[in-house]
Design a protein around this ligand. Sequence first.
Ligand code: B12
Ligand code: SF4
Ligand code: SF4
Length: 361
Amino acid sequence: MIQSLLEQFKVDFSFDQISTAKLETPITIDFYEKWLKQNYHGEMTYLETHLPAKKSPQLIHQNLISAITVAQSYFPAPEPTIEKYPARIAMYAQNNDYHFWLKEKLQKMILALQEKFPNEVFLAYTDSGPILERDLAQKSGLGWFGKNTCLIHPKHGSLFFIAEILTSLSFEMKTENEKHPPSQIEPIPDFCGTCTKCIEICPTNAIKEPHVLKADECISYLTIEAKTVPPLHLRSKISDWFFGCDLCQTICPWNQKIFRQKQIPAQNETSTESFLNTQNQTEQIEFFRQILTSSNKQIQKRFFRTALFRAGGFGLKKNALIVIGNKKISELKNEVSNLSTDPKLRELVDWCLAQLTPIHN
Ligand code: B12
Ligand code: SF4
Ligand code: SF4
Protein backbone atom coordinates (compact mmCIF):
# COMPACT_ATOMS: atom_id res chain seq x y z
CA MET A 1 0.00 0.00 0.00
CA ILE A 2 2.72 2.45 0.97
CA GLN A 3 4.58 2.00 -2.32
CA SER A 4 1.53 2.90 -4.41
CA LEU A 5 0.82 5.85 -2.12
CA LEU A 6 4.38 7.14 -2.67
CA GLU A 7 3.99 6.73 -6.45
CA GLN A 8 0.78 8.75 -6.21
CA PHE A 9 2.58 11.51 -4.26
CA LYS A 10 5.30 11.62 -6.92
CA VAL A 11 2.71 12.32 -9.59
CA ASP A 12 0.48 14.63 -7.52
CA PHE A 13 3.34 16.83 -6.33
CA SER A 14 5.57 16.63 -9.45
CA PHE A 15 8.59 15.21 -7.67
CA ASP A 16 11.41 13.83 -9.80
CA GLN A 17 12.07 11.03 -7.38
CA ILE A 18 10.57 9.62 -4.20
CA SER A 19 12.04 6.91 -2.04
CA THR A 20 12.52 5.68 1.51
CA ALA A 21 15.36 4.85 3.87
CA LYS A 22 15.88 3.47 7.33
CA LEU A 23 16.70 6.29 9.74
CA GLU A 24 19.97 5.51 11.47
CA THR A 25 23.41 7.04 12.02
CA PRO A 26 24.46 8.45 8.61
CA ILE A 27 27.14 6.54 6.70
CA THR A 28 29.14 9.77 6.21
CA ILE A 29 28.88 11.09 9.78
CA ASP A 30 32.66 10.70 10.24
CA PHE A 31 33.28 12.93 7.17
CA TYR A 32 30.92 15.46 8.66
CA GLU A 33 32.66 15.48 12.07
CA LYS A 34 36.08 15.77 10.46
CA TRP A 35 34.81 18.64 8.28
CA LEU A 36 33.55 20.51 11.35
CA LYS A 37 36.87 19.94 13.16
CA GLN A 38 38.67 21.45 10.16
CA ASN A 39 36.51 24.56 10.63
CA TYR A 40 35.34 24.41 7.01
CA HIS A 41 31.88 25.61 8.07
CA GLY A 42 32.89 29.23 8.77
CA GLU A 43 30.25 31.11 10.77
CA MET A 44 27.56 28.41 10.32
CA THR A 45 27.73 27.36 13.98
CA TYR A 46 24.28 25.75 13.76
CA LEU A 47 26.02 22.91 11.91
CA GLU A 48 27.92 22.14 15.16
CA THR A 49 24.73 22.35 17.25
CA HIS A 50 23.09 19.88 14.83
CA LEU A 51 25.76 17.21 15.27
CA PRO A 52 24.13 15.12 18.06
CA ALA A 53 20.75 14.88 16.24
CA LYS A 54 22.45 14.21 12.91
CA LYS A 55 24.33 11.35 14.53
CA SER A 56 21.28 9.94 16.37
CA PRO A 57 18.08 11.00 14.54
CA GLN A 58 15.99 9.50 17.36
CA LEU A 59 16.99 12.55 19.44
CA ILE A 60 14.53 14.49 17.25
CA HIS A 61 11.74 12.09 18.28
CA GLN A 62 12.29 8.73 19.94
CA ASN A 63 9.79 6.87 17.73
CA LEU A 64 11.38 7.75 14.41
CA ILE A 65 12.33 4.70 12.32
CA SER A 66 12.34 5.70 8.65
CA ALA A 67 12.35 8.55 6.17
CA ILE A 68 10.45 9.24 2.97
CA THR A 69 12.87 11.19 0.77
CA VAL A 70 12.09 13.30 -2.30
CA ALA A 71 14.08 15.03 -5.02
CA GLN A 72 12.50 18.17 -6.49
CA SER A 73 14.16 19.66 -9.56
CA TYR A 74 14.60 23.45 -9.36
CA PHE A 75 15.63 24.08 -12.94
CA PRO A 76 13.86 25.25 -15.00
CA ALA A 77 12.10 26.91 -12.07
CA PRO A 78 8.92 25.06 -10.99
CA GLU A 79 7.93 27.97 -8.69
CA PRO A 80 9.46 31.03 -10.41
CA THR A 81 9.71 34.36 -8.61
CA ILE A 82 7.39 37.08 -9.92
CA GLU A 83 10.31 39.44 -10.31
CA LYS A 84 13.06 38.43 -12.77
CA TYR A 85 16.34 39.64 -11.29
CA PRO A 86 18.72 41.33 -13.73
CA ALA A 87 21.77 40.08 -11.80
CA ARG A 88 23.57 36.74 -11.63
CA ILE A 89 21.65 34.56 -9.23
CA ALA A 90 21.93 30.82 -8.54
CA MET A 91 19.30 28.76 -10.30
CA TYR A 92 17.62 27.57 -7.12
CA ALA A 93 17.03 31.21 -6.10
CA GLN A 94 15.09 31.92 -9.29
CA ASN A 95 12.28 30.09 -7.48
CA ASN A 96 10.30 31.39 -4.53
CA ASP A 97 11.80 30.25 -1.24
CA TYR A 98 11.58 26.44 -1.26
CA HIS A 99 11.54 26.36 2.55
CA PHE A 100 7.87 27.36 2.15
CA TRP A 101 6.46 25.76 -1.01
CA LEU A 102 8.36 22.47 -0.85
CA LYS A 103 7.57 22.08 2.83
CA GLU A 104 3.91 22.80 2.07
CA LYS A 105 3.95 19.86 -0.37
CA LEU A 106 5.34 17.62 2.37
CA GLN A 107 2.70 18.84 4.79
CA LYS A 108 -0.03 17.90 2.32
CA MET A 109 1.56 14.46 2.04
CA ILE A 110 1.51 14.19 5.84
CA LEU A 111 -2.24 14.95 5.92
CA ALA A 112 -2.85 12.04 3.53
CA LEU A 113 -0.51 9.75 5.48
CA GLN A 114 -2.11 10.63 8.80
CA GLU A 115 -5.50 9.62 7.49
CA LYS A 116 -4.18 6.15 6.73
CA PHE A 117 -1.83 5.87 9.74
CA PRO A 118 -3.40 8.02 12.49
CA ASN A 119 -1.13 6.74 15.27
CA GLU A 120 2.19 7.35 13.55
CA VAL A 121 4.57 10.32 13.76
CA PHE A 122 5.39 12.37 10.62
CA LEU A 123 7.82 15.32 10.54
CA ALA A 124 8.58 17.37 7.42
CA TYR A 125 12.01 18.89 6.65
CA THR A 126 13.88 20.54 3.87
CA ASP A 127 17.30 22.12 4.36
CA SER A 128 17.03 23.63 7.80
CA GLY A 129 16.55 20.59 10.06
CA PRO A 130 19.31 18.69 11.89
CA ILE A 131 19.46 16.06 9.15
CA LEU A 132 22.37 15.12 6.91
CA GLU A 133 20.17 15.29 3.83
CA ARG A 134 22.61 14.27 1.12
CA ASP A 135 23.52 11.17 3.13
CA LEU A 136 19.88 10.22 3.63
CA ALA A 137 19.09 10.82 -0.04
CA GLN A 138 22.13 8.83 -1.18
CA LYS A 139 21.03 5.93 1.00
CA SER A 140 17.55 6.11 -0.56
CA GLY A 141 19.03 5.78 -4.06
CA LEU A 142 18.38 9.38 -5.15
CA GLY A 143 21.95 9.88 -6.37
CA TRP A 144 25.68 9.59 -5.68
CA PHE A 145 28.01 12.04 -3.92
CA GLY A 146 29.69 14.06 -6.68
CA LYS A 147 33.20 15.41 -6.28
CA ASN A 148 31.52 18.83 -5.96
CA THR A 149 29.72 17.29 -2.89
CA CYS A 150 26.30 17.55 -4.59
CA LEU A 151 24.04 14.56 -4.97
CA ILE A 152 23.79 13.60 -8.64
CA HIS A 153 21.45 11.21 -10.41
CA PRO A 154 22.36 9.72 -13.81
CA LYS A 155 18.99 10.75 -15.28
CA HIS A 156 18.10 13.83 -13.23
CA GLY A 157 21.50 15.51 -12.81
CA SER A 158 22.08 17.49 -9.60
CA LEU A 159 19.88 20.59 -9.93
CA PHE A 160 17.35 19.38 -7.38
CA PHE A 161 16.37 20.02 -3.77
CA ILE A 162 16.19 17.26 -1.20
CA ALA A 163 13.32 17.05 1.28
CA GLU A 164 12.13 14.36 3.65
CA ILE A 165 9.41 13.18 6.01
CA LEU A 166 10.75 11.43 9.10
CA THR A 167 8.32 8.87 10.45
CA SER A 168 7.65 6.15 12.99
CA LEU A 169 6.33 3.98 10.13
CA SER A 170 8.45 1.01 9.17
CA PHE A 171 8.97 0.24 5.49
CA GLU A 172 10.52 -3.14 6.16
CA MET A 173 7.32 -5.07 5.35
CA LYS A 174 7.05 -6.32 1.79
CA THR A 175 3.60 -6.56 0.23
CA GLU A 176 2.58 -9.16 -2.36
CA ASN A 177 2.88 -6.74 -5.27
CA GLU A 178 6.27 -5.37 -4.23
CA LYS A 179 9.39 -7.25 -5.31
CA HIS A 180 11.61 -5.54 -2.72
CA PRO A 181 10.79 -3.75 0.50
CA PRO A 182 11.38 -0.05 -0.32
CA SER A 183 14.06 0.30 2.38
CA GLN A 184 16.33 -2.17 0.56
CA ILE A 185 16.92 0.23 -2.31
CA GLU A 186 20.41 0.02 -3.78
CA PRO A 187 22.44 3.25 -3.65
CA ILE A 188 23.44 4.66 -7.07
CA PRO A 189 27.11 3.95 -7.89
CA ASP A 190 29.61 6.82 -8.25
CA PHE A 191 29.74 7.93 -11.91
CA CYS A 192 32.27 10.79 -11.53
CA GLY A 193 35.07 8.60 -12.86
CA THR A 194 38.23 10.54 -13.72
CA CYS A 195 36.36 13.83 -14.31
CA THR A 196 37.54 16.86 -12.28
CA LYS A 197 35.67 19.67 -14.11
CA CYS A 198 33.92 20.99 -10.99
CA ILE A 199 37.19 21.27 -9.07
CA GLU A 200 38.87 23.08 -11.96
CA ILE A 201 36.12 25.63 -12.60
CA CYS A 202 35.55 26.69 -8.98
CA PRO A 203 36.62 30.38 -9.00
CA THR A 204 37.71 30.41 -5.34
CA ASN A 205 39.27 26.90 -5.27
CA ALA A 206 36.82 26.04 -2.51
CA ILE A 207 36.75 22.32 -3.42
CA LYS A 208 39.97 21.37 -1.67
CA GLU A 209 39.91 17.76 -2.82
CA PRO A 210 37.19 15.52 -4.30
CA HIS A 211 34.12 15.63 -1.99
CA VAL A 212 35.59 18.24 0.37
CA LEU A 213 34.26 21.79 0.22
CA LYS A 214 35.74 24.54 2.37
CA ALA A 215 32.41 26.28 2.74
CA ASP A 216 33.76 29.63 3.92
CA GLU A 217 35.51 30.01 0.55
CA CYS A 218 32.46 29.04 -1.53
CA ILE A 219 30.69 31.92 -3.32
CA SER A 220 27.38 30.47 -2.20
CA TYR A 221 28.45 30.89 1.43
CA LEU A 222 30.05 34.30 0.87
CA THR A 223 26.94 35.73 -0.82
CA ILE A 224 24.17 33.99 1.19
CA GLU A 225 25.29 32.81 4.60
CA ALA A 226 28.18 35.05 5.67
CA LYS A 227 27.26 37.88 8.02
CA THR A 228 30.58 39.64 7.38
CA VAL A 229 32.21 41.01 4.22
CA PRO A 230 34.35 38.54 2.23
CA PRO A 231 38.13 38.66 2.69
CA LEU A 232 40.00 40.84 0.19
CA HIS A 233 41.61 37.97 -1.76
CA LEU A 234 38.21 36.41 -2.60
CA ARG A 235 36.34 39.55 -3.70
CA SER A 236 37.49 39.61 -7.33
CA LYS A 237 36.84 35.85 -7.58
CA ILE A 238 33.18 36.36 -6.82
CA SER A 239 33.06 38.16 -10.17
CA ASP A 240 29.43 38.93 -11.12
CA TRP A 241 27.71 36.47 -8.74
CA PHE A 242 25.14 38.48 -6.78
CA PHE A 243 23.52 35.55 -4.94
CA GLY A 244 24.80 31.95 -4.78
CA CYS A 245 26.82 30.16 -7.43
CA ASP A 246 26.18 27.22 -9.77
CA LEU A 247 29.43 26.74 -11.65
CA CYS A 248 30.49 23.40 -10.12
CA GLN A 249 27.10 22.03 -11.16
CA THR A 250 26.48 23.69 -14.51
CA ILE A 251 29.88 22.46 -15.74
CA CYS A 252 29.06 18.91 -14.65
CA PRO A 253 28.59 16.52 -17.61
CA TRP A 254 25.60 14.97 -15.81
CA ASN A 255 23.66 18.24 -16.06
CA GLN A 256 24.28 18.83 -19.77
CA LYS A 257 21.48 16.43 -20.68
CA ILE A 258 19.08 18.55 -18.61
CA PHE A 259 20.10 21.70 -20.54
CA ARG A 260 19.68 19.86 -23.87
CA GLN A 261 16.32 18.32 -22.90
CA LYS A 262 14.95 21.72 -21.90
CA GLN A 263 16.58 23.33 -24.95
CA ILE A 264 18.51 25.80 -22.83
CA PRO A 265 21.91 26.87 -24.15
CA ALA A 266 24.35 26.05 -21.34
CA GLN A 267 27.04 28.47 -22.55
CA ASN A 268 26.06 31.39 -20.31
CA GLU A 269 25.49 29.03 -17.38
CA THR A 270 29.00 27.54 -17.49
CA SER A 271 30.81 30.80 -18.08
CA THR A 272 32.64 32.31 -15.10
CA GLU A 273 31.27 35.69 -16.23
CA SER A 274 27.75 36.04 -17.62
CA PHE A 275 27.02 37.86 -20.86
CA LEU A 276 24.77 40.94 -20.59
CA ASN A 277 23.36 42.90 -23.53
CA THR A 278 22.87 46.67 -23.27
CA GLN A 279 19.30 46.40 -22.05
CA ASN A 280 20.27 43.87 -19.36
CA GLN A 281 23.09 46.20 -18.29
CA THR A 282 20.70 49.13 -17.86
CA GLU A 283 18.29 46.95 -15.88
CA GLN A 284 21.13 45.67 -13.72
CA ILE A 285 22.32 49.19 -12.88
CA GLU A 286 18.77 50.18 -11.88
CA PHE A 287 18.40 47.00 -9.79
CA PHE A 288 21.62 47.67 -7.87
CA ARG A 289 20.69 51.36 -7.50
CA GLN A 290 17.47 50.30 -5.77
CA ILE A 291 19.30 47.88 -3.47
CA LEU A 292 21.89 50.47 -2.45
CA THR A 293 19.36 53.24 -1.81
CA SER A 294 16.68 51.20 -0.01
CA SER A 295 16.57 50.76 3.76
CA ASN A 296 17.23 47.25 5.06
CA LYS A 297 13.56 47.08 6.07
CA GLN A 298 12.41 47.94 2.53
CA ILE A 299 14.72 45.26 1.13
CA GLN A 300 13.34 42.64 3.54
CA LYS A 301 9.82 43.58 2.46
CA ARG A 302 10.60 43.43 -1.26
CA PHE A 303 12.26 39.99 -1.09
CA PHE A 304 9.91 38.36 1.42
CA ARG A 305 9.26 34.67 0.54
CA THR A 306 12.05 34.68 -2.04
CA ALA A 307 15.42 32.98 -1.49
CA LEU A 308 17.13 36.41 -1.44
CA PHE A 309 15.38 37.25 1.83
CA ARG A 310 17.94 35.07 3.67
CA ALA A 311 20.82 37.45 2.95
CA GLY A 312 18.90 40.43 4.41
CA GLY A 313 19.46 44.10 3.64
CA PHE A 314 23.10 44.13 4.75
CA GLY A 315 23.89 40.95 2.78
CA LEU A 316 22.34 42.16 -0.49
CA LYS A 317 24.06 45.57 -0.24
CA LYS A 318 27.37 43.81 0.43
CA ASN A 319 26.84 41.54 -2.61
CA ALA A 320 25.85 44.48 -4.83
CA LEU A 321 29.00 46.41 -3.82
CA ILE A 322 31.19 43.45 -4.79
CA VAL A 323 29.59 43.03 -8.23
CA ILE A 324 29.66 46.81 -8.82
CA GLY A 325 33.38 46.84 -7.94
CA ASN A 326 34.22 43.77 -10.04
CA LYS A 327 32.20 44.91 -13.07
CA LYS A 328 33.32 48.54 -12.65
CA ILE A 329 29.79 49.94 -12.75
CA SER A 330 30.90 53.56 -12.32
CA GLU A 331 27.36 54.88 -12.96
CA LEU A 332 26.67 53.99 -9.31
CA LYS A 333 29.64 55.81 -7.78
CA ASN A 334 27.46 58.30 -5.88
CA GLU A 335 25.14 55.63 -4.46
CA VAL A 336 28.19 53.61 -3.37
CA SER A 337 29.81 56.66 -1.68
CA ASN A 338 26.60 57.39 0.22
CA LEU A 339 26.89 54.02 1.97
CA SER A 340 30.19 54.92 3.63
CA THR A 341 28.28 56.13 6.71
CA ASP A 342 27.40 52.47 7.47
CA PRO A 343 30.21 51.23 9.78
CA LYS A 344 29.68 47.59 8.71
CA LEU A 345 30.08 48.48 5.02
CA ARG A 346 32.62 51.34 5.15
CA GLU A 347 35.71 49.25 4.33
CA LEU A 348 33.89 47.48 1.46
CA VAL A 349 32.67 50.83 0.11
CA ASP A 350 36.30 52.07 0.02
CA TRP A 351 37.34 48.89 -1.80
CA CYS A 352 34.47 49.29 -4.28
CA LEU A 353 35.30 52.96 -4.96
CA ALA A 354 38.95 52.01 -5.52
CA GLN A 355 37.80 49.52 -8.22
CA LEU A 356 35.75 52.28 -9.87
CA THR A 357 38.64 54.74 -9.96
CA PRO A 358 40.58 54.55 -13.23
CA ILE A 359 44.32 53.98 -12.73
CA HIS A 360 46.51 56.59 -14.51
CA ASN A 361 50.11 55.89 -15.37
C1 B12 B 1 25.59 24.13 4.95
C2 B12 B 1 25.02 23.94 3.55
C3 B12 B 1 25.65 24.63 2.52
C4 B12 B 1 27.01 25.29 2.67
C5 B12 B 1 28.10 24.18 2.63
C6 B12 B 1 27.89 23.16 1.48
C7 B12 B 1 28.74 21.91 1.57
N1 B12 B 1 28.98 21.29 0.44
O1 B12 B 1 29.16 21.51 2.66
C8 B12 B 1 27.02 26.28 1.47
C9 B12 B 1 26.44 27.60 1.90
C10 B12 B 1 28.38 26.51 0.82
C11 B12 B 1 26.02 25.57 0.53
C12 B12 B 1 26.00 25.76 -0.83
C13 B12 B 1 25.10 25.14 -1.68
N2 B12 B 1 24.02 24.41 -1.31
CO1 B12 B 1 23.68 23.83 0.51
N3 B12 B 1 23.30 23.05 2.19
C14 B12 B 1 23.90 23.12 3.33
C15 B12 B 1 23.20 22.21 4.37
C16 B12 B 1 22.33 23.09 5.28
C17 B12 B 1 24.16 21.36 5.21
C18 B12 B 1 25.27 20.68 4.38
C19 B12 B 1 26.34 20.06 5.23
O2 B12 B 1 26.05 19.46 6.25
N4 B12 B 1 27.61 20.21 4.81
C20 B12 B 1 28.72 19.53 5.43
C21 B12 B 1 29.30 18.51 4.43
C22 B12 B 1 30.42 17.68 5.09
O3 B12 B 1 28.23 17.63 4.13
P1 B12 B 1 27.48 17.60 2.70
O4 B12 B 1 27.70 18.84 1.96
O5 B12 B 1 26.09 17.17 2.94
O6 B12 B 1 28.31 16.46 1.94
C23 B12 B 1 28.01 15.07 2.02
C24 B12 B 1 28.65 14.28 0.88
O7 B12 B 1 29.34 15.06 -0.02
C25 B12 B 1 29.47 13.20 1.59
N5 B12 B 1 30.90 13.29 1.59
C26 B12 B 1 31.67 14.21 2.17
N6 B12 B 1 32.97 13.85 2.02
C27 B12 B 1 32.98 12.68 1.36
C28 B12 B 1 34.03 11.88 0.94
C29 B12 B 1 33.75 10.72 0.24
C30 B12 B 1 34.89 9.87 -0.18
C31 B12 B 1 32.42 10.37 -0.05
C32 B12 B 1 32.10 9.17 -0.85
C33 B12 B 1 31.37 11.19 0.38
C34 B12 B 1 31.67 12.33 1.08
O8 B12 B 1 29.13 13.22 2.94
C35 B12 B 1 28.63 14.48 3.30
C36 B12 B 1 27.67 14.33 4.44
O9 B12 B 1 26.65 13.43 4.08
C37 B12 B 1 22.34 21.29 3.42
C38 B12 B 1 21.00 20.83 4.00
C39 B12 B 1 21.16 19.69 4.99
N7 B12 B 1 20.45 19.76 6.08
O10 B12 B 1 21.90 18.74 4.76
C40 B12 B 1 22.16 22.17 2.14
C41 B12 B 1 22.20 21.44 0.79
C42 B12 B 1 23.37 20.48 0.81
N8 B12 B 1 22.49 22.54 -0.13
C43 B12 B 1 21.91 22.43 -1.29
C44 B12 B 1 22.11 23.33 -2.38
C45 B12 B 1 21.09 23.28 -3.50
C46 B12 B 1 23.20 24.22 -2.39
C47 B12 B 1 23.73 25.04 -3.59
C48 B12 B 1 23.59 24.35 -4.93
C49 B12 B 1 23.03 26.44 -3.60
C50 B12 B 1 23.64 27.42 -4.60
N9 B12 B 1 23.47 27.23 -5.88
O11 B12 B 1 24.24 28.40 -4.23
C51 B12 B 1 25.22 25.23 -3.18
C52 B12 B 1 26.11 24.07 -3.70
C53 B12 B 1 27.56 24.21 -3.31
C54 B12 B 1 28.24 22.85 -3.17
N10 B12 B 1 29.12 22.50 -4.08
O12 B12 B 1 27.92 22.13 -2.21
C55 B12 B 1 21.06 21.17 -1.37
C56 B12 B 1 21.84 20.11 -2.18
C57 B12 B 1 21.02 19.26 -3.13
C58 B12 B 1 21.90 18.29 -3.89
N11 B12 B 1 21.42 17.88 -5.07
O13 B12 B 1 22.96 17.89 -3.47
C59 B12 B 1 20.88 20.83 0.18
C60 B12 B 1 20.74 19.34 0.49
C61 B12 B 1 19.61 21.60 0.63
C62 B12 B 1 18.33 20.92 0.17
N12 B12 B 1 17.50 20.49 1.09
O14 B12 B 1 18.07 20.76 -1.00
N13 B12 B 1 25.20 24.73 1.24
S1 SF4 C 1 29.20 26.85 -5.75
FE1 SF4 C 1 30.73 28.04 -6.92
S2 SF4 C 1 32.21 28.73 -5.39
FE2 SF4 C 1 30.98 27.10 -4.43
S3 SF4 C 1 32.17 25.23 -4.76
FE3 SF4 C 1 30.74 25.41 -6.49
S4 SF4 C 1 31.90 26.53 -8.08
FE4 SF4 C 1 32.99 26.80 -6.14
S1 SF4 D 1 31.90 17.75 -12.75
FE1 SF4 D 1 32.76 15.70 -12.98
S2 SF4 D 1 33.81 15.28 -11.02
FE2 SF4 D 1 32.45 17.04 -10.70
S3 SF4 D 1 30.59 16.16 -9.88
FE3 SF4 D 1 30.31 16.29 -12.12
S4 SF4 D 1 31.01 14.30 -12.91
FE4 SF4 D 1 31.74 14.46 -10.80
